[in-house]
Ligand binder design. Structure first.
Ligand code: ZN
Length: 396
């Protein structure tokens, strides 16, 4: 080998080693810096609350935990959600949402679809090559991570995609309380790659909730944070019609006001808002938080509003911001239409992780919600909506 060849091969080895080190360090570093726990005033949880908390069926409508590189079957000391911490928190049902594209310089006001941060994350986390530049494959890959976990009975995870699954899971949980149910949700239907046929494929994979838009306008309609912020497109209408046929839920969390309005008009199914805030509590120029009228429309559809835990949507760094938002919805439309939409692991800071969600139960007790109301808010409302409106079986 010539000296030149030796130098080239040595340099190649060094570059490969540096890339390997970077690919194991970078995703962890990014995740650790993005999903923080806010320092909050410590609250003593009373024995009565602890007892109440253990008796609850707790369900959360939104976490982005599948995006990151952590093994969610193992307990971690960073991020917000993993199976052991969900069990510690007595959470019975976690909706796992899947993010497939996220613009650089992400902001709440105006984003284009020209750039994408997930490409680098996908490569650094060594996702399958076919997912590096294909949004559908990214959704499919993240869903497979949940499925692989559920396939090992030691992980105590059950994926729910029908009323039948859900009933079976509830019966099993009566005997064995340390079980978690997971349901798949898509954050941004650009992952359809513009093809209606991909909706059926997502259904077959197990997705049951789809948010049309995320941070930018796409082929289906406008985002609250997009450039045009328009209404539903003809492709969006086709997708919504097929979702209704398949008994999937539409999530309007990041939709533009015009798109939300169009969806209200076009579907008879219950509307979900998996993670949001309330304009009257936290006025937001980005139009992300719900107006009173939108809250009333969600309630009229028989849907559910998942209140977010992070300060951008509550305008408050403590648990009281979450409680005020829950109180507002309960007073406006009744306690049956409000639930939890943490956005755990969604590039946000929150006042507690999944393992100590009993702090929220305590805060609701202190805010004079009665036990029946707390039961509904913490999970029974979502249980009701899923039991009535998921497809009865998985078959198409
Ligand atoms: Zn989101």
């Amino acid at each position: 080998m010539s000296t030149r060849s030796k130098v080239i091969s040595t340099l190649s080895i060094i570059i490969i080693m540096l890339l390997l080190v970077a690919s194991s360090w970078l995703p962890k570093h990014i995740e650790k810096s993005r999903n923080l726990v806010l320092p909050t005033q410590s609250i003593d949880v009373s024995n009565n609350t602890k007892q109440l908390h253990q008796s609850l069926f707790i369900a959360d409508l939104h976490s982005d935990s599948l995006l990151w590189g952590r093994n969610l079957a193992k307990k971690s000391n960073y991020g917000h959600v993993d199976i052991p911490r969900l069990i510690e928190g007595n959470i019975a049902l976690q909706v796992f949402s899947v993010v497939t594209k996220s613009p650089k310089n992400l902001n709440l006001m105006t984003n284009s679809d020209d750039t994408d941060n997930i490409t680098l994350l996908a490569i650094a986390q060594r996702w399958p090559i076919k997912s590096w530049f294909n949004l559908f494959e990214r959704a499919s890959y993240q869903a497979s991570k949940l499925k692989i976990m559920a396939d090992d009975p030691k992980n105590n995870l059950h994926i729910i995609s029908s009323q039948q699954d859900f009933k079976k899971y509830l019966a099993l949980r009566e005997i064995k309380p340390n079980l978690i149910a997971g349901l798949l949700s898509l954050e941004g239907a650009h992952a359809l790659n513009g093809q209606l046929g991909n909706l059926d494929r997502l259904y077959q994979i197990g997705f049951r909730i789809i948010g049309f838009t995320h941070f930018f306008d796409n082929e289906l309609g406008g985002s609250a944070h997009g450039i045009n912020k328009g209404g539903i497109t003809s492709f969006g209408k086709q997708v919504l019609k097929r979702m209704d046929e398949l008994k999937m839920f539409v999530d309007v969390s990041h939709a533009s006001p015009k798109l939300i309005e169009d969806i209200f008009t076009l579907t008879k199914r219950p509307i979900l808002v998996t993670h949001t805030g309330i304009q009257a509590i936290c006025a937001s120029d980005s139009k992300r938080n719900l107006t009173d009228n939108q809250i009333k429309q969600v309630a009229a559809s028989g849907g559910l509003i998942g209140i977010g835990f992070w300060p951008i949507v509550t305008c408050n760094r403590s648990i009281s911001g979450i409680v005020s938002s829950i109180r507002y919805v309960s007073d406006l439309v009744g306690v049956d239409y409000v639930g939890l939409g943490s956005d755990f692991d969604g590039n946000v800071s929150v006042p507690f992780t999944s393992s100590n969600i009993e702090l929220l139960t305590e805060a609701l007790v202190r805010a004079d919600f009665d036990q029946q109301q707390i039961k509904k808010i913490m999970g029974d409302n979502l249980k009701r909506v899923f039991m009535q409106h998921l497809p009865s079986t998985t078959a198409m």
